[in-house]
Design a protein around this ligand. Structure first.
Ligand code: GTB
Length: 215
């Protein structure tokens, strides 16, 4: 059955791979599943046809036969459950890998998103200068804890898993801030993720859509 995902017809990041379709593309590349991409504009995302698939009018979505999914975490989990390569066979190791998916999305990403909001959408507000140190502290708290847990390991719990895919994707959003550089083991962890051939294929596929025109 053909897998179809949705992505921005033009990502606001101009091809940096930060929109969440890259996470889904990466998961599909890791498990070797071919997929098609339906590109949608911001306007089309709010139209009934897309809202029937995604109640919040966003990307990414995932369609396969009768199944329609939204929410990146659920999509990546579904892919990992149905194809070998992203979750260990051992039941306990599998449960821990799934825990890392949730940890990435529920515990590590929220303060990072708060930082993005403070910088991008509230940068011109009078309270931002006062608030920013608090926002940065919350990000550093999480990075410090994650860095301590990762230590010298290559991945969070044994072999690379969907938990690492999600955690690396979440951390990638911090690259431009320079914060990751304060934690060399996390920088190296992210670089290991980016070096995976499946990540490169996913990144290149989104870049082909979003690359700014030359000149
Ligand atoms: N919780 C949902 C999920 O995990 O799937 C969140 C989905 C989401 O935020 N989708 C965004 C979207 O569709 C795109 S990824 N936004 C349009 C809208 O809400 O109208 C978020 C994103 C957007 C842009 C950048 N960027 O330019 O760097 C990075 C990430």
């Amino acid at each position: 059955m053909t897998i179809t995902i949705t992505a921005f017809d033009r990502s606001p990041d101009g091809g940096k791979g930060l929109a969440r379709d890259t996470r889904v593309r990466w998961a599909l590349e890791e498990v070797g599943q071919p997929y098609e991409v339906r590109l949608v504009s911001f306007g089309a995302m709010k139209e009934p046809a897309h809202l029937a698939l995604h109640p919040f009018g966003q990307i990414p979505t995932y369609e396969e036969g009768d199944l329609g999914l939204f929410e990146t975490g659920a999509i990546v989990f579904h892919i990992a459950e149905h194809h070998a390569g992203l979750l260990p066979d051992d039941a306990n190791a599998r449960a821990r890998a799934i825990t890392w998916i949730f940890a990435a999305l529920s515990t590590v990403e929220p303060p990072i998103l708060e930082l993005m909001t403070a910088r991008i959408f509230e940068g011109d507000k009078p309270w931002t200068a006062q608030r920013m140190p608090l926002v940065l502290d919350r990000v550093r708290d999480r990075l410090g804890q994650l860095s301590a847990r990762l230590g010298d390991a290559d991945w969070l719990d044994g072999a690379f898993s969907a938990g690492d895919l999600m955690m690396v994707s979440v951390l990638l959003r911090l690259r431009a801030s320079g914060l990751l550089d304060e934690y060399p083991n996390l920088s190296a962890y992210v670089a290991r993720g980016e070096a995976r051939p499946a990540y490169k294929r996913a990144f290149d596929a989104q870049l082909a859509v979003n690359k700014p025109p030359a000149g």
